[in-house]
Design a protein around this ligand. Structure first.
Ligand code: KG4
Ligand code: ZN
Length: 358
C-alpha cells in the first residue's frame, strides 16, 4: 500500500487533542490521543477556554507523532480530515485551522467530518465481517444521545434523541453531585458492580410524542432528591478530597457506604434500560437485526454485557480505545467521502451545532 493510501484524521471537538492515520483498508496505522482530563477534572467538567488553550499547546506535537508512528509524511497523504462539528467552537477551530494549514501547504485535499458520524465509523472500522445494512446506531457520549436508523452507508435518519441531558452528561452530573469528580462514567461503571441495582426504583422516562426519544433530567432530579433526603455531606466531602488523586476502586469503596453503591447501581440500571429498550424497540419495529452502540458511554461494561444478552439482535461496540474521542474514527469516516470526491474548501469553519441525518 502506498503512502497515498493513508488519511490523516484530526479531532479537537472537546477535551482530547487527537490525530491518527488510517489506511484505505481500514487499518489504524497510528492513533494518538492527548487527554486534557487532568486540566478539567478539578472544575467538574470541561472548561471551553481551557480546552482551546490546551489544544493549541498539543496539536503540533500530536499530529507529528501520529505521522511519525505511521511512517507517513503530510505530502504523501491521500487527504487530511478534520472534525467540523458538533463540539466546542474554540476547540474545533484549533483542529480545523491546523488541518487547513497542512492542506494548503501540502496541496493535499481537506475533508470535513461530522463527529457523530466519526463515532459510528469507530465501530464500522473494526467490524469483522463488515456490518450489513440496514442497522440501528446509538451514539451516547458526554454531549450526545442520538438513535439513528442507517438504511445504507452514509444515510442517517434520526429516530430519537435526548430531550435534555446526554447519557454521559447524566453520569457526569450524578458523579459530581456525589463527589466522584469528572468524568463520572468510568467511576460509576466500576462501583455500580458493588451495589444492588434493584435497591432504588427510579421510573423510566416516557415521552408520549416520540417513544424513541430519551430523557435523563428526571432521573438526575430523582437522584438529587434521594441525596437531599439523607445527610451525605460527610461521605461526599471525603470523596471530593480524594477525587483529584486518581483513586483506585478500593480507595473509592473505603469512602462509599453500601447505600450509595446501591444508588449508583440503581442509577446505572435505569440509564442502561432507557438506552437498550430504545435500541431494541427500533430494531424490532423496523425489522433490523444489527445495532451498533458507540460514543464514550459505549465503554460501559454493564452496557456491553446486557447488550450481548439481547435476543435476536447483534449489537456491536467499538474497542475501548475507540469508544471515547479519537481521530482514527475521523479518518475512517473520511474514506467514503474521499472516494466520492467530497472535499472541503479552505474556507471551512467550525460548526458547533452540526447535526447528523434528518
Ligand atoms: O465520546 P466522549 O469521549 O466525548 C464526547 O463526545 O462527549 O464521551 C465522554 C463521556 C463522558 O460523559 C463520560 O462520563 C462517559 O462518556 N463515559 C462513560 C464511561 N466512560 C466514559 N459512561 C459510562 N460508562 C463508562 N465506562
Ligand atoms: Zn465524542
Amino acid at each position: 500500500m502506498s503512502a497515498k493510501d493513508l488519511i490523516l484524521g484530526i479531532e479537537t471537538s472537546c477535551d482530547e487533542t487527537a490525530a491518527a492515520v488510517v489506511d484505505r483498508g481500514g487499518a489504524v496505522r497510528s492513533n494518538v490521543v492527548a487527554s486534557q482530563l487532568d486540566v478539567h477534572a478539578r472544575y467538574g467538567g470541561v472548561v471551553p477556554e481551557l480546552a482551546s488553550r490546551e489544544h493549541l499547546r498539543a496539536i503540533v506535537v500530536v499530529v507529528r507523532e501520529a505521522l511519525q508512528r505511521a511512517g507517513a509524511t503530510v505530502d504523501g497523504l491521500a487527504a487530511i480530515s478534520v472534525t467540523e462539528g458538533p463540539g466546542l467552537a474554540g476547540a474545533l477551530l484549533v483542529g480545523i485551522t491546523y488541518a487547513k494549514a497542512l492542506s494548503f501547504a501540502s496541496g493535499r485535499p481537506l475533508i470535513a467530518v461530522n463527529h457523530l458520524e466519526g463515532h459510528i465509523h469507530a465501530v464500522l472500522l473494526e467490524a469483522a465481517p463488515p456490518v450489513a445494512y440496514p442497522l440501528v446506531a446509538l451514539v451516547v457520549s458526554g454531549g450526545h444521545s442520538h438513535l439513528y436508523e442507517v438504511s445504507e452507508p452514509g444515510r442517517y435518519r434520526v429516530a430519537g434523541q435526548t430531550r435534555d441531558d446526554a447519557a454521559g452528561e447524566a453520569y457526569d452530573k450524578v458523579a459530581k453531585l456525589l463527589g466522584f469528580g469528572y468524568p463520572g462514567g468510568p467511576v460509576i461503571d466500576q462501583l455500580a458492580k458493588f451495589g444492588d441495582p434493584q435497591a432504588v426504583r427510579f421510573s423510566l422516562a416516557n415521552i408520549k410524542s416520540n417513544p424513541m426519544d430519551l430523557s435523563f433530567s428526571g432521573l438526575k432530579t430523582a437522584v438529587l432528591r434521594w441525596v437531599e433526603a439523607r445527610d451525605l455531606t460527610g461521605e461526599i466531602d471525603a470523596r471530593r478530597r480524594l477525587a483529584d488523586s486518581r483513586p483506585t476502586v478500593e480507595e473509592w469503596l473505603a469512602v462509599t457506604p453500601q447505600a450509595t453503591l446501591d444508588l449508583l447501581a440503581s442509577f446505572q440500571r435505569t440509564v442502561l434500560e432507557e438506552l437498550l429498550s430504545r435500541v431494541e424497540r427500533l430494531a424490532r419495529d423496523r425489522g433490523i437485526g444489527t445495532a451498533l452502540i458507540t460514543g464514550g458511554v459505549a465503554a460501559n461494561q454493564a452496557l456491553r454485557e446486557q447488550a450481548a444478552r439481547l435476543a435476536g439482535l447483534r449489537v456491536l461496540f467499538p474497542s475501548r480505545a475507540l469508544s471515547t474521542d479519537n481521530a482514527a474514527m475521523i479518518a475512517a469516516a473520511a474514506w467514503p467521502k474521499f472516494d466520492r470526491g467530497l472535499f472541503a474548501p479552505l474556507t471551512l469553519g467550525a460548526n458547533p451545532g452540526l447535526t447528523l441525518g434528518h
